[in-house]
Design a protein around this ligand. Structure first.
Ligand SMILES: [Zn+2]
Length: 284
C-alpha cells in the first residue's frame, strides 16, 4: 500500500471515538518498532517527522523508510511533517513524497497564521496531502522548538472554530494544557476547550505532548473529540533506557545490533500500549 493522507482514517476516528497515534520517527529502529506494533494490532498510524529529525535522517531516507513500511505492512500509514515552520519546508516534504504536513503558524499573529495555513492547504490539497494546523502555543521542548510553560497560551474556542472555517485544515492542534517532553506532575488538560471546538467543527482535534498523559485523561480527551495523539518522548526514553541497560550489563559490547535490538523491542511495547489505549487497533 502506498502512503496515505490522514483523511484515510481521521474522519472515521472522530466518528467512532478513537484516536490515531502519531509516533515520531527518529531513525530506522523507531520506524521498524512503530510498524511492528501497528502490524500486530492492525492499526493505522502516522509517522511524525520533525524538521530536526528530517535533518538527522535526510529526506530521502525518511521517505524511503516510510514507503518501505507501508509496502511491507499493507497498513494505512501517513508520513507527516511535524511542526513545519514554513510554506517552503512543507512543499519540500510534499515534493519528496510526504502524504501529510503540519504547518505550525502559532508563533505568528492569528490573522497571519490563517493566511499562511491557507496557502499550505491550497497547495497540499491539490496533491492529495492532508494538513494539520496549530492554534495557541504548546509548552515544553521538542527539537529546536522551545516554549516556556509560562508563555504557552491556550487556544480560544471561537478562534479555533474560525481558524478551521477559513483554512479548511484536516485536523487542528490546539493548545489545551499538554506540553512536549515529560511532565513533572500531571498535565492540566482543558477538556472543555476540546469539547467546544470539536463539537463545532467536523474535523478532529490533535493532542500534542501525549507522552506521560494519564490513561483516564486520554480517554476523556478522545471522548471530547481528539482524533490524533502525538507520542515521541516515551519512545525516546524507552529506547535510551534499553540501550543504557544493555551497555551497563556488558561493557564489552561493540556490535550496535546488540543494544539496538532491545531498544527496538522496548519501543514496540510502548507503541502497542498506546494503540490499545487510543482504541485504534483493528481499525486498519
Ligand atoms: Zn507537537
Amino acid at each position: 500500500m502506498p502512503l496515505v493522507s490522514m483523511n484515510e482514517f481521521l474522519p472515521r476516528a472522530k466518528a467512532n471515538k478513537f484516536a490515531v497515534g502519531q509516533f515520531n520517527m527518529n531513525n530506522l529502529e523507531f520506524a521498524q518498532a512503530i510498524m511492528e506494533a501497528a502490524e500486530e494490532l492492525k492499526s493505522p498510524f502516522i509517522y511524525g517527522v520533525s524538521e530536526g529529525a528530517l535533518k538527522y535522517m535526510g529526506i530521502e531516507f525518511t521517505v524511503a523508510i516510510a514507503e518501505a513500511a507501508a509496502k511491507k505492512s499493507g497498513l494505512p500509514i501517513a508520513l507527516h511533517l511535524d511542526h513545519g515552520s514554513s510554506f517552503e519546508v512543507a512543499m519540500k516534504c510534499i515534493r519528496a513524497g510526504f502524504s501529510s504536513v503540519m504547518f505550525d503558524g502559532s508563533h505568528h499573529s492569528f490573522e497571519e497564521n490563517i493566511r499562511l495555513t491557507k496557502e499550505v492547504v491550497k497547495a497540499a490539497r491539490a496533491m492529495g496531502v492532508s494538513v494539520e494546523g496549530e492554534l495557541g502555543t504548546i509548552g515544553g521542548v521538542e527539537d529546536d522548538l522551545s516554549v516556556d510553560e509560562a508563555d504557552a497560551s491556550l487556544a480560544k474556542p471561537e478562534e479555533a472554530i474560525r481558524f478551521y472555517e477559513e483554512t479548511g485544515v484536516d485536523c487542528l492542534a490546539i493548545a489545551v494544557g499538554t506540553a512536549h517532553g515529560m511532565y513533572a506532575g500531571e498535565p492540566n488538560i482543558r477538556f472543555d476547550i476540546i469539547e467546544k471546538v470539536a463539537s463545532a467543527i467536523p474535523i478532529p482535534v490533535v493532542l500534542h505532548g501525549g507522552s506521560g498523559v494519564p490513561d483516564d485523561m486520554i480517554f476523556k480527551s478522545i471522548a471530547a473529540g481528539v482524533g490524533k495523539i502525538n507520542v515521541n518522548t516515551e519512545n525516546q526514553v524507552a529506547c535510551t533506557e534499553a540501550i543504557r541497560e544493555a551497555l551497563n550489563k556488558d561493557g564489552k559490547i561493540y556490535d550496535p545490533r546488540k543494544y539496538l535490538t532491545p531498544a527496538r523491542k522496548a519501543m514496540v511495547e510502548v507503541v502497542k500500549s498506546k494503540i490499545l489505549l487510543f482504541g485504534s487497533s483493528n481499525q486498519a
